[in-house]
Ligand binder design. Structure first.
Ligand code: SF4
Length: 341
């Protein structure tokens, strides 16, 4: 039986109308699923028992199962989630000073094998369905209870979101809809290792969603070593697109900084040259050490020198000392502990 979370409002309405259920009932169901976050059909007080029976016979109403929650001293929580086919994914709830950020996965594992990333070491298992993407957000929202303040959503968990574009698009359309989860486009960031065609598609479909490009190197050769996908999807055409395309929000460049690999002042100068003419922000993410990878974290002084030199050139630079390191939930560390069955 297919999960009810895999259907958008139109699809749900079409299926139920064929069974004689009026279209407004689909809106009420969406209200329970996404607004009230109430997956238990027994509690859907405005749905008749006859309709409940039909709905129950047609769809799997279960959310994916939270297997384990780990919390670190900063309040960041990592969720290990078991999917219906027993594969495992991870999502992270990051506590900020005045809001929460949900870090969501888009695939089980990842095929792109970036040298610094624990998810890449797992290999690729499969794409997540739109329902499995939504299920993570609902589970994290449930954890927050009636928290009403700002939520940011970042697709920086396991997987390359733009390689699962159809399911991502369907999930996003429910995430941003008033009748769905209702998170504004401007509070959503899609992080990508760079697929120009899909970046263009995303900007056309969701013009206010923010894009974060995982750059990590100031030259093509070094980037190919860190991110093998760069051989097929070279950086220059992507940067040229960012230079010429008018957009509402500045693009963010992520730069995972690794000791002795890309942390020199010379790298910073090259980066300045490479990004010249692009309206952007730069997020420097000091590498989070992981037992399965030999790279080391950069020295704090080097990080400061690097960021200062870019700041002096006029860039907005943020150094993201990742939260969640104690529980391996920081950037590049998600791997479901490699416990896939
Ligand atoms: S950094 Fe992102 S794209 Fe690269 S292997 Fe990890 S999950 Fe995949």
């Amino acid at each position: 039986m297919n999960s009810i979370y895999n259907y958008n409002l139109e699809e749900l309405s079409t299926i139920l109308t064929e069974r004689g259920i009026k279209p407004f009932v689909s809106n009420q169901i969406f209200g329970w699923l996404y607004n009230k976050i109430e997956p238990d059909i027994n509690n859907w007080s405005n749905i008749s028992n006859t309709n409940k029976e039909i709905i129950d016979s047609l769809f799997d109403l279960n959310l994916d199962k939270v297997e384990k929650v780990e919390k670190d001293s900063s309040g960041t929580k990592k969720f290990l989630i078991r999917l219906q086919d027993d594969l495992l994914i991870e999502s992270v709830l990051i506590k900020e000073s005045d809001h929460y950020t949900f870090c969501i996965s888009s695939q089980v594992g990842c095929a792109l094998q970036c040298a610094f990333c624990a998810t890449g070491k797992m290999g690729f298992f499969r794409d997540l369905t739109s329902g499995e993407i939504l299920s993570q957000i609902i589970l994290l929202k449930k954890e927050l209870g009636d928290y009403k303040r700002k939520l940011n959503l970042v697709f920086m968990g396991m997987g390359e979101p733009l390689l699962n574009y159809d399911n991502l698009k369907k999930a996003l359309s429910i995430i941003i809809a008033d009748t769905g989860i209702n998170i504004g486009q401007r509070n959503i960031t899609i992080s990508t290792s760079g697929f120009l065609g899909k970046i263009k598609q995303l900007e056309e479909d969701f013009p206010k969603i923010k894009i974060s490009f995982s750059l990590n190197s100031s030259n093509q050769e070094n980037r190919e070593k860190l991110m093998p996908i760069s051989k097929k999807e070279p950086v220059k055409p992507i940067l040229n697109y960012f230079k010429t395309k008018k957009r509402q929000f500045r693009v963010t460049f992520e730069y995972v900084m690794i000791k002795g690999v890309n942390d020199s002042l010379e790298d910073a100068l090259k980066l300045n040259k490479l990004l010249s003419g692009i309206s952007c922000k730069i997020n420097i993410i000091p590498y989070n050490e992981n037992k399965s990878i030999s790279f080391k974290s950069p020295e704090k002084k080097k990080v400061e020198k690097f960021s200062d030199s870019l700041f002096k050139k006029g860039y907005t630079v943020m150094v993201r000392w990742s939260k969640g390191k104690e529980i391996n939930s920081a950037c590049g560390q998600l791997s479901a502990d490699n416990r896939q069955v």
